[in-house]
Structures are given as C-alpha cells and as structure tokens.
Design a protein around this ligand. Structure first.
Ligand code: XIL
Length: 375
C-alpha cells in the first residue's frame, strides 16, 4: 500500500514536471510577475521603472509584450521617436510606430518618455544636404513644435537635448561640435528647451548624456561640464527639469562612486530630478562561464542602483531594452568569443537573470517615501 502510493506520487510528479515544460513561458515565470515584478517593487518605493522598447516587437511577439507589460511602468522608444524615424522626408512625418508605443503604454497604465528632440546622431539622410546656417534654427524649432506638439500632455518627459557635451572637442564650454552647434551656434540648446516648453507644458524637460558615471578623470571632467551647462540654463530661466544619466556601464571597467553621487546632489540643489535613462552593463570585457559573467554583471547593477537610489531626486530607472535577445550591445560591443551579451533583466528566452533579482533587491532597499520635488 505504502509503496504503491509512493509510486503514484512519483508518477504524478513526473507527469506534472513534463506538463510544466510544455506550459507557455508566462506560467513558468509566474514568480517574477504581478506582485513579484520590478514594477510592483518599484512602485512600493515611489519609483518609476521601465525599459526602451521597439514597437514592432510589442505588436508581434507576445513574450516581449507580456514582459514589458508586467515589468515596466515607464517606457521609452529605443529609436521610434528619433528624427530619422519620424522624418522620412523634410515635409513628411511618420508618427505611426511612436503612436503604437503610446497606445501600448496607455493600455497598460504606463508612462512614456520621449527620446529625443535634438541629437547629433540619427539624423535623416536628407539632413546634411538640406540644413544650412540660414535654416537650421527654423528646422529645429519646427521639428520640436510639430513632434512635441503631437505628444503634448501625453508624456512623462522628453529628452530635449541628447549628448551635447564632448570635452575632447576642446571648447571651453565643453560643447560637442555637433551639426546643431555648427549650424545654429551654442544657443541651440536653450532654443530647443524653450521650443519644447512652448509645445508641451507638462512633460518634464530633460538633458540626457553618457560617460558621466565613473570616477575617472575624463568622466569627472564631463560631469563638471554637464553641470555647468545645466546651471547656465537654470540661471537664464530656461525650462529644464531633469538630467538623464544614460548609464551604459561595462563590467570590469570601474565602479561608479562618489563623483556621480555628488553630481546627483548638485542637480538636486537646482531642484531638479535625475533619471537613469539607458542602464545596461556590457560584458564584453568579461571572460569566464555565463554564470560567472552573470554574477559580475548583476553585482555591478546592484552596486550602481544602491548608489544612485540612495539619492531621493533619482526618480526613474530604465534599462536599454528588456531582453538580451534584442540588446544593441551585440552590435555596439560584440564579444570577441562570439557569445551573445548577457546584460539585461531577462535573457534571450525571457527568463529572469541575476540582473533582475539585483534590480529588485536594490528597489527594496530604497527609502520608502521620497520627498516632494518641485517640477
Ligand atoms: C541606440 C539604439 O539602441 C540602437 O538600436 C541604434 O542603432 C543606435 O542608437 N545613447 C542613446 C540612444 O541616447 O539613443 C542610443 O540608442 C544608445 C546610446
């Protein structure tokens, strides 16, 4: 009798294990959805959390869409709101893919960031032959009026100007020698922010940049110039509410520390928020097994988030993608051994990675109620 029931139990377990392996991914990942999700854990700490998204994947790939719906309360378009995507020709606007992201966000009770209105990259092919000293200012303000106007009242925030500082270009003000600088002059930044405010009075207007995370001399210099830029804008009464710290980190390259912490506090002193806008950790410098690489990557995520989330004016964390399947890092920093990058909270099969658990733990350690911020 005893032996028979043990045998029956064994059979039942074997059958349910076999059935589980046939279940859709969603049933297997139950423990990271709903109350266990990054989204719910972030919301408990008053934090926005999310990722960059690709509209075609939201439409065509249920595992992708479900993961984004479960894990994020804030989205950003990885490419769909850049000039190149929105402006197929000088007089043509293509809002459909970006609108699809907004519709997805609204359907899932998520906010959306705009990225971006002014950048030296992702300009359409026609730009170079069309933009001149005479018309560049008008091109910029018309674009902002039309694009920010299209989304007015519907966005959490806009990256108004992206990556305007490049210290190695050698200018005393640290400005990058971008087409906008060359065609419009150094005022282009102020012009862009004022135009964005006119077009959308509610989105939080953000200056976004990279290479300002580490305690290296280069990155310290860049932080000084970014801060000086933001301070100049504030002094001149330019509408700007937040700094975006992109946070494209590399495992094995150094760990962010007091330089970034002090920078975030200087931004707080200007009554401004900080968004972690494009977090990911490239593992192209790591050797070792996937498990060893994952441990190092997850540790950097945890250390980084603990550092920045200790600052109450850090109010949002976005990763640059949700799944390793589509990370830009496979193109940006391909591994020399040909292995794919493992850099995001979900792996290429939509299973949670050690990064997921490091992020969730860091959210849980965040102080409960951040003080109210002026906008
Ligand atoms: C990247 C996208 O991820 C890629 O798909 C695209 O080919 C190039 O741009 N900083 C930014 C982002 O502000 O817009 C960039 O996104 C990554 C670096």
């Amino acid at each position: 009798m005893q032996a028979q029931s043990t045998r029956r139990q064994f059979l039942r377990q074997t059958i349910s294990a076999a059935a589980a392996s046939l279940l859709p991914w969603s049933a297997l990942s139950q423990e990271v959805n709903g109350v266990q999700s990054l989204r719910t854990h972030a919301e408990a700490r008053g934090l926005l959390v999310g990722c960059a998204v690709v509209p075609e994947k939201l439409a065509d790939e249920p595992a992708y869409a479900n993961t984004v719906a479960q894990q994020a309360n804030l989205l950003v378009a990885e490419n769909a709101m850049k000039w190149k995507a929105l402006r197929p020709a000088p007089d043509k606007y293509n809002f459909a893919p970006a609108d699809a992201i907004l519709a997805f966000a609204n359907a899932h009770n998520q906010r959306l960031r705009g990225h971006n209105l002014c950048w030296h990259e992702a300009l359409p092919d026609w730009f170079q032959s069309t933009a001149t000293h005479a018309n560049a200012r008008r091109l910029l303000t018309d674009h902002i009026q039309r694009v920010a106007g299209h989304f007015a009242g519907k966005l959490h925030s806009w990256d108004v100007v992206n990556e305007a500082i490049d210290v190695k270009d050698g200018r005393p003000d640290g400005l990058r020698k971008s087409p906008w600088l060359e065609l419009v002059g150094p005022d282009y930044i102020e012009i862009a922010f004022r135009a964005a405010r006119l077009a959308d009075s509610t989105a939080l207007l953000t200056y976004n940049d990279y290479g300002i995370e580490l305690d290296t001399p280069d990155q310290q210099q860049k932080r000084v110039q970014v801060l000086a830029l933001v301070q100049r804008l504030r002094l001149r009464g330019v509408p700007i509410h937040a700094v975006g710290v992109q946070s494209h980190l590399t495992a094995g390259e150094g760990v962010p520390g007091s330089g970034l912490r002090d920078f975030i506090r200087e931004v707080a002193a200007l009554d401004m928020q900080v968004f972690i806008t494009e977090l990911d950790v490239s593992d192209h410098k790591l050797t070792g097994s996937p498990a060893e690489r994952d441990a190092a990557t997850a540790k950097l995520y945890g250390d980084y988030l603990n550092l920045v989330l200790a600052e109450p004016n850090v109010t949002a964390v976005l990763t640059w993608g949700i799944t390793d399947k589509y990370t830009w890092l496979n193109h940006q920093h391909p591994r020399s051994d040909g292995q794919p990058q493992r850099c995001l909270p979900f792996d290429a099969d939509y299973q949670p990675t050690p990064v997921f658990f490091a992020m969730r733990k860091a959210f849980d350690s965040r102080r409960q109620t951040p003080p109210a911020l002026g906008s």
